[in-house]
Design a protein around this ligand. Structure first.
Ligand SMILES: *Cc1c(COP(=O)(O)O)cnc(C)c1O
Length: 455
């Protein structure tokens, strides 16, 4: 059907400067043709990718510690994904599921209903992006509860559409000048152990009470349609609330007739060493939003949850032209098959342990690392001015740039833009992962030696 292409050699190779001459030319065309509003983490134009490697147009082989922002958990062009997509695209490309249905959409919903936590009857609806999943989860919660207030959290990220911008915490770059935002979104303090006043122990003891008090006094429990939270905050800097915080919120929602919605767009699909991060504290969210890791790189998203809630919406109330496209569904079935067959949940635990070990070794050496945190293959370091907790944004950019020049792609995060997050494809070979981590260590050492950290 298609011409076979050579496998991508799983080896780091830096043969030109990055960007090399070909990338530089194409990036100039990008600047002329593409809106300047779009960011670019890595100035290398990619031509091929697989496993733990991205190959650029100049032939550089770059170690991928970002997975396209936790999307290609199964790796780029994973064989089951390629096979399913090629077959589907040759069979038919679009009918619109609401015009004439097809099996793939139904099978993805069946898989989601089976895989998501919650021992109750579930149903799903498919959309195109994470933000669209959040939009729909809010529509469903408001319609089901006949209430309007939506509770979100500091440092939370839920997307860039108008509603989800309002739900997202960070102003720059996501919200600045783009308002007004929608009403009835209430932002609560986040249980952020590293930055909680009084430290992690105080956070564990007090955070839930603080949030519950605010919800009671400032919103009123009976007005809340839903509490929406990421089990581990992604863009916010891989913030993990203390044990008990999430179950406490879920209980408050239940006691007050509100829905508890877990935004698992970034944490889902084996990333954290569970199929979904909610499983870690035996949470059974009423609704779960998913996207990123769902379809091996094709655009797909979902809301999955309690059947009584999902079925409470009036006929034709939800939908969209492309949501659950047959090609994206075929990809999702290939990705899910890969996660299950290749035991990527276990693999996430394994590479998570390697990353965490190496990061703790770095923390012991470099006082610029304020905290190491993460779960499974979702690990981060928070950079500070040594001796305190003041965010070290200046060092972050320099460390990232050093890694890029050596052919290692790492991503950043955090409200204070001082977090390095590692979210490699779960199929990355162990030697590449270790090499990437040792270059990160080298980068921190180099930046410290330039004594730029106190800048
Ligand atoms: C990325 C992300 C979104 C938005 O997803 P898009 O597909 O970019 O719209 C929502 N929530 C979380 C937790 C995310 O990480």
């Amino acid at each position: 059907m298609s011409t076979p292409i050579a496998p991508v050699e799983q080896k780091r190779k830096v043969i030109t400067a990055i960007p090399g001459p070909k990338s530089t030319q194409i990036i100039a065309r990008r600047a002329a043709a593409v809106s300047a509003s779009l960011g670019m983490s890595m100035p290398a134009v990619i031509e091929r990718a697989a496993g733990g490697i991205l190959v650029d147009v100049d032939g550089n082989h770059i170690i991928d510690l970002g997975a396209g922002i936790a999307v290609v958990n199964v790796g780029n062009s994973a064989p089951h994904v390629v096979e399913n997509v090629q077959r589907q695209v040759a069979e038919f490309t679009h009918t619109c599921f609401m015009v004439a249905p097809y099996l793939g959409y139904i099978e993805v919903c069946e898989a989601l209903n089976r895989l998501t936590p919650g021992k109750f009857a579930k149903k799903s609806v498919l959309l195109n992006s994470g933000a669209e999943a959040l939009e729909n989860a809010v529509k469903i919660a408001r319609s089901f509860t006949k209430r309007q207030a939506i509770v979100v959290f500091e440092h939370g990220y839920h997307g860039r559409t108008n509603l989800t911008m309002g739900m997202t915490a960070k102003n720059m770059p996501y919200k600045d000048s783009f308002g007004p935002f929608t009403p009835e979104i209430y932002r609560m303090p986040m249980a952020y152990p590293y930055r909680w006043e009084g430290g992690a122990a105080a956070c564990e003891k007090d955070a839930l009470d603080v949030v519950i008090h605010k919800m009671d006094k400032e919103i009123g429990g009976k007005n809340i349609a839903a509490i929406v939270i990421e089990p581990i905050q992604g863009e916010g800097g891989f913030i993990i609330p203390p044990k008990g915080f999430m179950p406490g919120l879920a209980k408050y929602a239940k006691d007050n007739g509100a829905l508890f919605i877990a935004d698992e767009v970034q944490t889902g699909f084996a990333r954290t060493g569970q199929m979904f991060a909610s499983e870690d504290e035996n949470l059974e969210p009423d609704l779960i939003t998913t996207a990123k890791g769902i379809a091996g790189g094709l655009p797909l998203a979902a809301v999955t949850g309690r059947a009584d809630v999902m079925d409470s919406i009036h006929a034709s109330g939800l939908g969209g032209t492309y949501g659950g496209s047959p090609v994206a569904c075929a990809a999702a079935l290939g990705a899910i098959k890969t996660i299950e067959e290749d035991k990527l949940v276990d693999r996430a635990k394994k590479i998570g342990a390697i990353m965490s070990d190496e990061l703790y070794k770095m923390k012991a050496k470099h006082s610029i690392i304020g905290e190491v945190r993460g779960r499974g293959a979702m690990q981060a370091i928070e950079l500070v001015i040594p001796g305190g907790t003041e965010p070290n944004t200046a060092a972050l950019g320099k460390i990232v740039k050093y890694c890029q020049e050596k052919g290692v792609l790492i991503l950043t995060a955090g409200t204070y833009s001082n977090v390095i997050r590692l979210i490699p494809p779960l199929v990355i070979p162990e030697d590449l992962l270790r090499e990437g981590l040792s270059i990160l260590d080298e980068a921190i050492t180099a930046v410290l030696n330039e004594s730029l950290v106190s800048a």
